[in-house]
Design a protein around this ligand. Sequence first.
Ligand SMILES: [Zn+2]
Ligand SMILES: [Zn+2]
Length: 243
Amino acid sequence: MKILVDTHTHTLKSAHAYSTIQENARRAAEVGMQAIAVTDHAPSIPDSPHVWNFVNLKAIPRDMYGVKILYGAEVNILDLEGNIDLDEDILKKLDVVNASIHKECYRDYGAKDNTSAYLAVVNNPLIDVICHSGYADIPYDYDLITDLAKKNHKLMEINNHSFYVRRPSIKNCKTIARLCKEKGVGIVVSSDAHISFDIGEYEPSLELLREVDFPEKLVMNRDLKSFEEFMENKGKKLYSWSY
Ligand SMILES: [Zn+2]
Ligand SMILES: [Zn+2]
């Protein structure tokens, strides 16, 4: 299986990442990808860009080196109520809205059950992808949330970066993948790149999917056509933001 659309990449705009959008796009072109989403961190993480970064994404060309550029963000799930940190009028315009818990800005870190946070997110029509949710110490009801992901056209993410920085979560990522397979929930495999060289590298994630015999047809970012079709079926208009 190949991944030709990377739905989760960071640039220098997030100060703990190290490549420009040009460097990311050039790398994507070199490894034969069709599209990348630029999804820097929303403003609650201390070294994230100003909100103007997201408003002005339309300054980035839609095509760089033959690679389609999707405008996006990685919003932070802030609390058990599922509040997030970018305004609706911005989120509506973005092509890819990733939602994640980051311990640095999750007010309820330490809660024994985080299902209510994910419940709000999976029911939020502005969110597309539930990202790296396998944290060993942030448990939630995977069965319930994957049911609702199916119903609400959400994608569950298998995050390749987790194999390096969130190792204890891998067991849960496999459980989530199994549930998605059983229920027919779409997933994406992403690099969560913090440097351009991460783009195009998905092998640990693909190995996990092979272990659970995951069907290729549910990997919605395997190519741009599949990703566009998924978004169209969800009722989302891509590429709506331009000058
Ligand atoms: Zn993240
Ligand atoms: Zn990220």
